[in-house]
Every structure is written in C-alpha cells, then in structure tokens.
Write a protein that binds this ligand. Structure first.
Ligand code: NAD
Length: 288
C-alpha cells in the first residue's frame, strides 16, 4: 500500500471511467446534464460551484448553472426546482450549501426529485442507504469508500473510527462501512464524545470529518492505521497570497509517521468528492 493515498490520481481514474460512460450514453442519444444552483455570494461556495462545472465539462457533461441573488425567496427557489424536476433534459440537480439563513435547506433538499438528487441528501435516498437499497450515496462518503477500495486493504472485521456525525459525511459513512461488503465495526465519535483518543487508538481506519484543524495527532492513532482526512479548514497564513492555508482535521506530519497510509489535504478526499458527483450524474442519466 502506498503511504500517501493520492486522491487526485484516483479521482482522475474515476473521471476517465465516467468519460467512457458519457460516450456510451451519448451513443444512445442521452446527454448527461446537471443543474447547479448557487444562491448568494458566499465565496467558498462560488469556488466549489466553479470546480464542479469545470469537472462536468471535462467529462463531456452539460451544466446548467443558476446564480441566484442572496435575497431569493423560498418560493422562487422551489419554483425553479419544480421546473428542473419536470425537465427531462436535466438528469441531476445540485443546490450548493450552505444556503442563506432565510431559506429552509431541508425543504429545498426534499423538493428535488429523489431520482435527480445526485448529492444523495433527499430523505428518501438517506432511507434507502440505511436499508441497503440502491440509492444516490452522498459524494464524499462514496469517494472515501472508493479511496479505501483503491488501497486494496481488507476492511472486513476492521475497526473504523469516524469523527463527525454530519448528515453529509460522518453519519452516512458510518452506516455504509458497517454494511457489506465493507463489514467494519464502526465507532462514530462526535463533539460530545469523551476521551476521543480512547476510540481512535484502537481503530484500524480513522476517518476525521469534524472541521477542527489538526485535531487528530500521531499519538492518537495506532501503528499502521489507515487515516482518511476529510477536513478542509482555512487557517490564517501570512505567507499565502490569499492570507490562509488549507488544513485537514489531521495533523499530517505526526500522523504520517505512524499511519500505514494517509490522505493529504489538499489532494485527498476533496478531488474524490467532485469525481463521485460526476459518477452520480452519469448514474442518474443512465437510469433515464
Ligand atoms: P459539520 O460541521 O456538519 O459536522 C462536524 C461534526 O464534527 C459534528 O458531528 C460534530 O459533532 C463533530 N465534531 C466537532 N468537533 C469535534 C470534536 N472536537 N471532537 C469530535 N467530534 C467533533 O461538518 P461536515 O459538513 O461533516 O464537514 C466536516 C469537515 O469536512 C469540514 O472541515 C468540511 O469542510 C469538510 N468537508 C470536506 C469535504 C471534502 O470533499 N473534502 C466534503 C464535505 C466536508
């Protein structure tokens, strides 16, 4: 197993696979299309949307991007979703989160047709995931599963410790890893967990998704554990033009000395999230 799990290279592999799928779909007269909706002026969200649309174009898919004003009403956004739900040329719909505070995110999520919910956040997809039925799996957990698969490690019977219980990352991942074919014994830690290192120290796989820069240090993990760092934290850094650096939830330097394999930030989970979005759009288009 390579020490550094190269998320960029694995994401590239996924994208090549998706490109082939797109060609096959094109041959059937299907042009996979994702509608991307950005509301407001959050700079980080604008960056995420730009990288998603760029990736869509690279794999030969069509994007329809809607940039809506900060004061867009709930009704206006729901009306747009109704239109896109009814448009057969649109296979997937993505609303970039976070939404401005006056909008009801859960209602918006559940307004998207489950078969176009390529983010996998709709309550119907979340339920299907729990019941091991075919569904859209949220892109970040799906990308982490693919990373683990690519390491070639045997996960059955291993102890996976996940830090963070969000609906987008930690919780779905905890459910997936407990299921076949992963068959892990899962510990799901969160902000109320006491003595975090008690759990991480016995884990064969540590997955940090808590948004706390450098929380997991080398002394918290056991020798030869596999460490997956989901965190993307902006920490002030005067040496950078932007004034900040991106740091993970893992202290890479100390953890890399102990781990058998570890993802970097950036270049680990991040590229996989976008690649798996492409994967989900191809899946939506393929379902017709
Ligand atoms: P969130 O804020 O919704 O959830 C954070 C979770 O971490 C919560 O469940 C909380 O209980 C837990 N937590 C917070 N502090 C903790 C502590 N000290 N000890 C143990 N648990 C603690 O976050 P999220 O949306 O799941 O994202 C988590 C991180 O992953 C963020 O840094 C986010 O930017 C990043 N992220 C990265 C990608 C990617 O593609 N790489 C995708 C999604 C999220």
């Amino acid at each position: 197993m390579e020490k550094i799990i190269d998320g960029k290279a694995i994401a590239e592999k996924v994208r090549s696979e998706v490109k082939e799928q797109v060609k096959s779909l094109n041959a059937l007269g299907i042009n996979p299309c994702l509608a991307v909706i950005l509301v407001g002026n959050d700079p980080a969200s604008a960056v995420y949307v730009a990288s998603k649309t760029k990736a869509l174009q690279e794999v030969g898919m069509t994007d329809r991007t809607f940039k809506l004003a900060e004061d867009t009403t709930q009704q206006a956004l729901e009306d747009l979703l109704d239109d896109l739900n009814g448009d057969d040329s649109v296979h997937g719909i993505l609303v970039q989160f976070p939404l401005p505070a006056h909008l009801d995110s859960q209602r918006i999520t559940d307004k998207i047709l489950p078969q176009k919910d390529v983010d996998g956040f709709h309550i119907q997809n979340a339920g299907a995931l729990v019941c091991e039925k075919d569904s859209f799996i949220p892109c970040t957990p799906l990308g982490i599963l693919r990373l683990l698969q690519e390491t070639g490690m045997e996960t059955a019977g291993k102890h996976a410790c996940i830090i963070g219980r969000s609906h987008f990352v930690g919780r779905p991942l905890s459910i997936l890893l407990s299921q076949k074919p992963w068959d892990c014994t899962v510990t799901l830690c969160h902000s109320a967990t006491k003595n975090l290192s008690f759990f991480t120290k016995t884990a064969d796989i540590v997955i940090a998704a808590c948004g706390r820069a450098g929380l997991v240090t080398g002394d918290m993990i056991k020798t030869d554990a596999v460490v997956i760092d989901v965190g993307i934290n902006r920490v002030p850094d005067a040496s950078k033009k932007s004034g900040y650096a991106l740091k993970g939830d893992v202290d890479f330097e100390s953890a890399a000395k102990v781990a058998s394999a570890i993802t970097p930030v950036p270049g680990g989970v991040g590229p996989m999230t976008i690649a798996m979005l492409m994967f989900n759009v191809a899946k939506a288009a393929g379902r017709g």
